[in-house]
Each structure stands twice: as C-alpha cells, then as structure tokens.
Design a protein around this ligand. Sequence first.
Ligand code: ADP
Ligand code: MG
Length: 245
Amino acid sequence: MTTESIIRMEAVNKWYGEFQVLTGIDLSVRQGERIVICGPSGSGKSTLIRCINRLETVQKGRIVVDGIDLTAGGKNVDAVRAEVGMVFQQFNLFPHLTILENCTLAPMRSRGMTKAQAEEVAMKYLTRVRIPEQASKYPSQLSGGQQQRVAIARALCMSPKIMLFDEPTSALDPEMVKEVLDTMIGLAEDGMTMLCVTHEMGFARSVADRVIFMADGKIVEQAPPQEFFGNPKDERTRQFLGQIL
Ligand code: ADP
Ligand code: MG
C-alpha cells in the first residue's frame, strides 16, 4: 500500500432537492486500501460511493479519483467509469444476455477489444470467481450467489483500479453470502482498492484497513477494525453496533 491517495473527497455536500444527503464529507483513500462503510439505512452510504463513479453528482466540494476531477465538469464520466467497477445489491446483470455476453459487452464497447479478446478476459475472470462452466447460461438460470459472482467478474473485465460494493450480500440467501464474501476477500488479497458498504462485520474485521461509520449524511467515526469494534467512540456508533452484532 502506498501513501498516495487514489480517491480524495473534500468538503463534499450533496442535496436531493431540499434534503441534504451528504454533509461535509472529507475522505481520502490510498491505493490498495480496503474500506468498509456501515451505518443505519438512509445515512447516505450508497450516495457516497455512487459519487465516486459519478453515478451521482454533488453540488459542493471536490472529488478527485485517480487524478480525474469529477467536479470539474461533465466530460470525465467515461474516464472514471473505466477505472471504477461497481457491484450492486441487486446484481444488475442484463437478463437477455448470457453470462459471457454480460462480461464481454463493456470491454468490447469501451475498451475496443475484439470479441475473441473480450471472451478470453471474461473466461479468465469467470474462472477466478469459480463459475466458468456457467458462461453460456442466462442470469435467471443461476443462483443469487452465482449471479453476484458474475457481477464481480463483469466489473473485473474492465481492469478497474477501484472496486465499489454496495451491500453485495444483502439480497442473498444466507447460504450464499460466504461464496461472495470469499470472492471479495480474494480481491482484497490481490491488492485491489475497495470500498464496501456492508453490514458483514466479520468481513470488516478480517479484511478492512479502515471502518467508516456514517449517520445523517456525515462520517461520524472511522478507525481500523480493532479500534472501531473494540472502542467505538461515538454514542451512535455504539448503538448501531449493539443492534447488529
Ligand atoms: P443508505 O445507502 O445509507 O441507506 P442512501 O444514500 O441510499 O442511504 O440515501 C440517503 C438518503 O437520501 C435517504 O433518506 C434516501 O431516502 C435519500 N435519497 C436517496 N436517493 C434519493 C433520490 N434519488 N432522490 C431523493 N432522495 C434520495
Ligand atoms: Mg444503500
């Protein structure tokens, strides 16, 4: 891990109409750092990470991702999307495309790969998430855990520098949570910069360099897991941990 920040958010404020969803967010993430974000529903976790690949824009403050200033105008969207992969709670696979086609679409369209090149890359990552044999099936033929692993493989096919996860295991049946977390642990071990919104605190303890707690659109507290879980400082953090642990 280097000391260089690959993500910098400075004094970020965002509103949905009159409602302020993010307030004074300052966040720097080093290359290779693994961050877990937790907090009550509605606290702004999804909004915060969606700002990092510009799925959301902000009204005030500055966001720089790998040298790309997202707050400098509209033209940097493609550049940042190519560097930041995202995995959602609801998989978001294209239902009418096969698993392989789901994985080759973006690399062919925006990386200029040939079909053969894209398929080779796709098979490499489908193998890595341990479902190469599902390549010719459609999403509806796979279990939730398998679909989420395809979503991870699909993101990796774009060679992202950063991976964002928004509650990737929340929609899964309990028996499938581990296979997805294991895939994420593998990515972390390979040095991927990761921001994961999750309430899987076992994952946070074993993988995170830093755990961030959000409430009411603010970062209330952040610390390495041992300190975060062992000695939470803010009353809201203690209350939250008391509810989920
Ligand atoms: P979390 O992921 O922590 O549950 P979100 O970032 O999804 O929180 O949402 C934070 C708040 O912003 C919630 O009160 C939510 O209702 C509101 N919100 C989220 N998206 C929108 C939107 N597109 N328009 C208006 N309000 C929104
Ligand atoms: Mg959310």
